[in-house]
Design a protein around this ligand. Structure first.
Ligand code: ACO
Length: 333
């Protein structure tokens, strides 16, 4: 029987504070109607002062372990765009907060595609026999990257974390991770960026510009690239798995924009209802988006045991990818 990494637990966590569109419209030149119609977002969750990405990641990881009925993992991978600090990585802090001892732990930086990059790395570690159980976490305190005066980003992003626990198993089991396809194009780095805070700025010798501290995105260009690349990557992952598009029960795409998710479904020839959508409640949570949508789909019953599930994302880098999994048989998280 073909070996595979298998999903053994799922956990999602968002901070308690909710920011509605109306609340944003009180301080920015925007409206609930614009945000809903252009993005599908009704509200997002935001961390309180002092709460960081590792706090959110640890709680999601704790929930995934509990869902799996375990209290240990022997590798922790955290995908994030908003690490607690530029140095060191956030994953060792998460492992320490979970009391996992001296396990290997590292971060992955691929912005909104980060979770798929982490999933491939985690599945590969299981398949190579380097780890028995891997916590793959996507976590963001994304609000900490946003300019309070930039309406083009402030309305879109939110905070949260989601986690999967992977274990060794076989490809015919519910929960099997079948294929993860990844790609990048570094010539698109300026489309989605926080320009300051890295070697480029520090080696320039120039004073720090206030706007370079914050996240910026060329929304329109990203929109079209996201639809095209997610659809292409999905077709590659499906063909390498041996699935027809028609066999996909659920599409769990990066929750960037409801219009993007519907456009990807349309390009693949999938009915819009097959897309799992929680962006209305949580906004775009970048690397946390796919695992949070998985936790949501499990809680609502939209994801059922043995469903063929297609995951896909596009994000800064540019990076993109898609993965195929069959949904596991798990208790409610
Ligand atoms: N409220 C009101 N009006 C606004 C707002 C706002 N919050 N933001 C922009 N506008 C205005 C613009 O100024 C523009 O006005 P103009 O016509 O007078 O110039 C108008 O609305 C239209 O702006 P567009 O940017 O063209 O709006 P669009 O329909 O493209 O929606 C959005 C913008 C939501 C950002 C969309 O482009 C999008 O979702 N892009 C993709 C995001 C994405 O995929 N992200 C994934 C990767 S992100 C990552 O990796 C972290």
């Amino acid at each position: 029987m073909t070996r595979a990494a298998v999903i053994a637990g799922v956990g999602g966590h968002v901070p308690a504070r909710v920011v509605t569109n109306d609340e944003l419209a009180q301080r920015l030149d925007t409206s609930d109607a614009w945000i809903r119609s252009r993005t599908g977002i009704a509200q997002r969750h935001v961390v309180e002062p002092g709460v960081t990405t590792s706090d959110l990641a640890a709680e999601a990881g704790r929930r995934a372990l509990k869902n799996a009925g375990h209290d240990t993992a022997d590798l922790v991978i955290v995908a994030t765009t908003s690490p607690d600090r530029p140095c060191p990585a956030t994953a060792p802090t998460v492992a320490a907060k979970l009391g996992l001892g001296e396990v290997p732990a590292y971060d992955i930086a691929a912005v909104c595609s980060g979770f798929l990059y982490a999933l491939q790395a985690g599945a590969a570690a299981v398949l190579a026999g380097h780890a028995e159980r891997v916590l793959v976490i996507g976590a963001e305190a994304f609000s900490t990257l946003l300019s309070p005066t930039d309406r083009t980003t402030a309305v879109i992003f939110g905070d949260g974390a989601g986690a999967l626990l992977l274990r060794a198993g076989t490809a015919d089991e519910p929960g099997a991770v079948h294929h993860v396809h990844l790609a990048s194009d570094g010539t698109m780095a300026d489309l989605i960026t926080v320009r300051g805070g890295g070697a480029e700025e520090r080696s320039s010798g120039l004073p720090v510009r206030e706007e370079d501290r914050y996240f910026r995105m060329e929304g329109k260009s990203v929109f079209f690239a996201a639809v095209r690349r997610m659809a292409q990557s999905s077709l590659t992952a499906l063909s390498r798995t041996g699935w027809d598009t028609a066999q996909v029960d659920r599409l769990v795409g990066h929750q960037a924009n409801t219009r993007i998710l519907h456009a990807v479904a349309e390009q693949l020839g999938l009915p819009a209802e097959r897309a799992v959508i929680n962006i209305d409640q949580v906004g775009n949570t970048s690397a946390a988006s796919i695992p949070l949508a998985l936790a949501h789909g499990m809680a609502t019953g939209e994801l059922r045991t043995d469903d063929r599930v297609l995951l896909t994302a596009f994000g800064g880098g540019a990076t993109w990818g898609a993965a195929t999994v069959t949904w596991p048989d798990l208790p409610p998280s």
